[in-house]
Design a protein. Structure first.
Length: 569
């Protein structure tokens, strides 16, 4: 049973599954080189077909994310009719109505009329895909991704979703039992804490629906006293519903872009870092109290999470350490790029698939042959030093130990927002000055933003404080760190609070990458390396050998390991 899942909103993505197993998944941005691109992911669909060797006519079913028109990045970047419609609606409609499920029903009914169903069907036919697509609700798919792919099983899970907005909803609470997901609560997008966070991101001069992680990274720098005045103001905007503790409410009187006017009027004289800390603190408080209430109400401590708000790795750690949480799974890269995977899995289950394979390594993208890599190297022949090295993993580990910054391009590309070793820039984490060097060489990141470590599985307890033994191979969780980590991994920790967002690496998940870390360990005694995504600032992670060479040429990286070839200046 072969199914295709499609998300055509921001960070548009396609996924192909066979009999409950992910065969390929890729976001359109990696192919058209426009970060977070939104729209019909034609190139990604074709690439998934190429990777899998599947003919379009072999596809048994197609799942599409979203009943309403998808959110596109450009709707936040320039004036758009939807902005005016939302602002007008917020001024005209009563707040109690917008907070309620009555609004959700009305919005879905009206919004579904504008979904581009016929256009999508036409574009699928143009690709040779004859099956009629099925359109699924946004938050149902977030719930499906978290529940069906959960590594500790699907017998009974508390399934919680939270994001900015999808099909007029910002959050849901469900109970997952086997194939069945029963929704018990849904929260109107008027109440969205994720939308509030996005509007703060925009107010602070950063890119909305993209740079929320920068607000999170900035937050620890502010003193509690600096953020206190702002937090007191923000706490008046959101609360847990006194009649229904499974619901949080927005009581600011503002919605979406109205927040910007509110902030311009009310945040004069508030420090930018204090605003970031207050935003993060409010978000953590709402999420933790809400989820605790959900566990207590349902009596279910096995928790699975989906939706873009759970890309907030600091809040995730507070959730993990709630005493009520028995087990926790957070779907990696749980923004809307995950909806394509969920749509493919749900369609497969509908068509008779009995089992969805729990999520493991997420190297779902293309890989390239040695011949393809050699052809790409012809463009730089004579301009750089090029060596073919049989044991290149050992070579990389030794070069990193010498202080070199090496980009690695190997095997299948990772799916999602995080580089997990195959499209990564690697460096020695001992020296915090490496951050400046990497930024000057290639990344140009904001000065306050941390990098992250990849840590050997068997050394993880030496570096991160993880009393619940949460397995963290996806960089979806932040942890406090040990004193040893603050010495040996300092360059890969948050510079101010020394937390880490690690990739914990086992040999079976990525043997070749593991060999690099073991070589570095033999050379230095350190059980981890600094790992950041292989891309220029503002560009998607590299996909092809040509992307890798372009990025190397336009940076000051010390070296590029391209398959078995090593390129240096």
């Amino acid at each position: 049973m072969i199914t295709l899942g499609i998300h055509d909103g921001h960070t548009a993505t396609a996924c192909i599954m066979r009999d409950g197993k992910i065969l390929a998944c890729i976001s359109e941005e990696r192919l058209n080189r426009i970060k977070e691109w939104g729209g019909f992911p034609k190139k990604a669909i074709l690439e998934c077909l190429r990777i899998t060797g599947i003919d379009p006519e072999e596809i048994d079913g197609v799942g599409i994310a979203g009943l309403m028109p998808p959110t596109l990045p450009q709707s936040y970047q320039k004036p758009h009719w939807t902005k005016r419609a939302f602002v007008f609606g917020a001024r005209v409609l009563p707040e109690r109505f917008l907070q309620s499920n009555h609004w959700v029903k009305v919005a879905k009914t009206i919004g579904s009329l504008f979904r581009n169903r016929s256009e999508i069907k036409s574009r699928l036919r143009d690709l040779g895909i004859k099956k009629e697509p099925t359109f699924y609700e946004h938050h149902f798919l977030h719930a499906a991704s978290a529940h069906y792919f959960c590594p500790f099983g699907t017998k009974e899970n508390l399934v919680i979703t939270c994001d900015g907005s999808g099909d007029a909803i910002c959050a849901t609470v469900s109970i997952g039992r086997g194939k069945h997901i029963e929704r018990i609560v849904e929260i109107s997008n008027y109440n969205s804490i994720g939308e509030f966070y996005t509007q703060i991101t925009q107010f602070l001069g950063m890119k909305p629906m993209s740079h929320e992680y920068k607000v999170m990274g900035l937050a620890p720098y502010a003193k509690e006293e600096q953020a206190k005045k702002t937090l007191q103001q923000f706490e008046a905007y959101f609360e847990l519903d006194k009649q229904n503790p499974l619901v949080f409410k927005n009581k600011s009187g503002c919605w979406k872009w109205q927040f910007l006017d509110l902030f311009r009027d009310s945040l004069v004289g508030h420090r930018f870092d204090g605003i970031a800390r207050a935003t993060q603190t409010l978000t953590e408080k709402i999420l933790v109290e809400w989820i605790r209430n959900c566990i207590r109400k349902t009596g279910i401590g096995k928790l699975v999470l989906g939706g873009g708000v759970f890309m907030n790795v600091k809040a995730n750690n507070l959730i993990l350490n709630l005493p009520e949480v028995e087990d926790l799974f957070i779907f990696p890269s749980c923004g809307d790029e995950s909806l394509a995977i969920a749509a493919a899995s749900v369609k497969g289950l509908e068509l008779g698939v009995n089992y969805v394979e729990p999520l493991g390594p997420i190297y779902f993208g293309p890989e390239f042959t040695e011949e393809e890599i050699e052809n790409s190297l012809k463009s730089i022949s004579g301009k750089f030093n090029i060596q073919k090295i049989d044991n290149i993993e050992e070579f990389i580990g030794k070069e990193i130990a010498k202080g070199k910054i090496i980009a690695r391009f190997s095997g299948r590309m990772e799916w999602g927002a995080r580089a997990l070793g195959n499209r990564s820039i690697l460096a020695d984490p001992r020296n915090p000055d490496i951050i400046i060097k990497i930024n000057e060489a290639v990344k140009n990141r904001d000065f306050w933003m941390p990098f992250a470590p990849t840590i050997l599985d068997e050394r993880a307890d030496e570096y991160i404080i993880n009393p619940k033994k949460f397995y963290a191979p996806y960089m979806i969780m932040a942890f406090p760190t040990t004193e040893k980590a603050k010495k040996e991994l300092k360059g890969a920790l948050h510079p101010y609070d020394f937390t880490a967002r690690p990739q914990i690496l086992s040999e079976k998940w990525n043997p070749s990458y593991y060999r690099i870390l073991k070589t570095f360990e033999r050379e230095t005694g350190i059980g981890g390396v600094l790992n950041t995504s292989f891309n220029l600032h503002g560009e998607p992670i590299v996909c092809s050998p040509e992307d890798a060479i372009y990025t190397f040429k336009n940076s000051l990286l010390d070296g590029l390991a391209l398959g078995k070839y090593y390129i240096s200046r």
